[in-house]
Design a protein around this ligand. Structure first.
Ligand SMILES: [Zn+2]
Length: 486
């Protein structure tokens, strides 16, 4: 469902209501104090999963979902914690990442699937995430680590007072994603190598993937924090995992470890690469939504983040927030009342307006929040337009500090008044890029291979990283490679 309203708040409160308990760690076998019991941990996962699915969107390809889940189940069975139910899902995000939430729910982005080059790497990544669950890393996390990640847009940390603005906090990507310490990450790398080797995979390839991560981190900014950005240096992780691969191959007596490269590449043939325009996209400063058929011009130069539930923007210093989502209610008035009540706002001005011929309702509002010294004061001021379009209600909101509001309000208003029906067929029909698997006919270096497939020179480096090779790497004939096409 596009632009569906969801709230992650119930999840946050679960965290706040934790209590300590003593249990045996499945990996170390040692008794330790944890913040919650196993049943609480499982309940938390069950509660979070539908919200994560709604927020990020599931990648709509049942064959790939099944493939990842089947491999995940095999890995879970050989893990230190095979007694709980695991769920593996591919989320529709182009960010290169993977993450776990408590209770055995593990998410792999389509972005990381595009960058992996064989099944051994996928097994290593999934094994790493199972490792976090098996060693109960998440359960040892402090509540502050969760709160610390409220309101992050494309690496921009939103001002805490704005991030606490309920609707934005509940949508801050990263809310559920746990930050692990270096020791936890190293242990998960070890468990990923352990579990994947146990199934016969070559964990040396998992080590090599850290080189791809390092090369790609310059290409695309990471938004989801887990697998990529909070980890120790990828170079060190590569060295570490190479040693672990040898250790576990010896320990499990694996003499002929497999990569399953071609089988893997055939599985991801056709997977969407990069932003999927069908869920909305930015082009030359304008946001287009080809499925719902609207467009608007957000504040210029702001960081941008799109998810199925909303599209949001923030300046680099995090001092303001602008977003569009669907509105609750059957009429403009109902939606306005719900917005004011749910967020405990003071409506300072309201007006019925029209936006490019569409009926709309404008609200200037403020929100009081409790200060550090315990007193309450106006912490944010904002402008919202609720717009009726076709049979749906959309809401655009711009918020900032009371001091900055007068300066930013004209820009907010201009963006809101730019909302209109999208009629340009070229924008409506924009297609996503996809990974296509090609077989190299004649042996040559990778650069020559790319030329033979008419890849534009501006995208040579991207293809080299995607395929885990250098431009001068010799490619034997018969090799399958990934090419980005429409
Ligand atoms: Zn990790």
């Amino acid at each position: 469902m596009i632009l569906k309203k969801i709230s992650l708040y119930s999840f946050l409160f679960l965290w706040v209501a934790f209590f300590t308990t003593c249990s045996r760690n499945p990996v170390s076998g040692k008794k330790e104090l944890t913040l919650m019991s196993e049943s609480q941990e499982l309940a938390m996962g069950q509660d979070a999963d539908p919200q994560i699915q709604a927020q990020y969107g599931m990648y709509p390809d049942s064959a790939i979902q099944r493939y990842v889940n089947d491999l995940g189940q095999k890995l879970a069975k050989v893990s230190h914690r095979a007694n709980i139910a695991y769920h593996f899902r591919v989320i529709d995000s182009d960010v290169i990442n993977a993450f776990a939430v408590p209770g055995g729910y593990i998410y792999i982005t389509r972005g990381i699937l595009a960058y992996l080059n064989d099944e051994a790497q996928l097994a290593g990544v999934i094994g790493h995430e199972i490792g976090h669950v098996a060693a109960r890393h998440s359960v040892k996390q402090q509540r502050n680590a969760m709160l610390g990640q409220l309101g992050i847009i494309a690496g921009v940390v939103i001002e805490p007072s704005l991030a606490r603005f309920p609707e934005s906090a509940s949508h801050g990507l990263g809310l559920l994603l746990l930050k692990f310490g270096r020791d936890d990450e190293n242990q998960s790398d070890e468990l990923g190598a352990d579990y994947s080797t146990k199934l016969g995979y070559n964990a040396h390839s998992m080590g090599n993937f850290f080189t791809t991560l390092k090369r790609s981190s310059g290409e695309s900014a990471s938004q989801l924090p887990e697998f990529l950005s909070t980890h120790p240096d990828p170079g060190n992780r590569n060295t570490h995992v190479q040693q672990l691969a040898d250790k576990y191959q010896k320990q499990y007596n694996i003499t002929n470890p497999v990569l399953n490269r071609n089988a893997y590449l055939q599985k991801i043939e056709g997977i969407v690469y990069g932003e999927d325009p069908r869920g909305g996209y930015m082009e030359n400063g304008v946001f287009y939504h080809p499925e719902i058929k609207f467009q608007f011009t957000p504040p210029s130069g702001w960081q941008y983040q799109n998810s199925p539930s909303r599209v949001q923007f923030a300046p680099k210093d995090g001092s303001a927030l602008f977003f569009l989502s669907s509105a609750q209610g059957n009429t403009l008035q109902e939606a306005a009342n719900a917005f004011i009540q749910n967020n405990q706002l003071t409506a300072e001005q309201t007006a019925q307006v029209t936006v490019n011929g569409l009926p709309a309702y404008a609200i200037v509002f403020s929100q009081a929040q409790q200060q550090q010294n315990g007193t309450t004061a106006v912490a944010i001021r904002g402008l919202s337009y609720i717009i009726q379009y076709n049979k749906s209600l959309f809401q655009m909101v711009g918020v900032t500090s009371p001091n900055a509001f007068n300066q930013l309000a004209p820009g907010f208003e201009q963006s809101m008044k730019s909302f209109k029906q999208l009629t340009d067929a070229a924008k409506i029909n924009k297609k996503p890029q996809r990974i296509r698997i090609k077989t190299v006919k004649t042996a040559s270096n990778f650069e020559q291979v790319l030329k033979s497939f008419n890849v534009p020179q501006s995208r040579f480096n991207e293809h080299a990283i995607l395929n885990g090779v250098e431009l001068n790497t010799s490619i034997p004939s018969g090799t399958m490679i990934k090419i980005i096409q429409y």
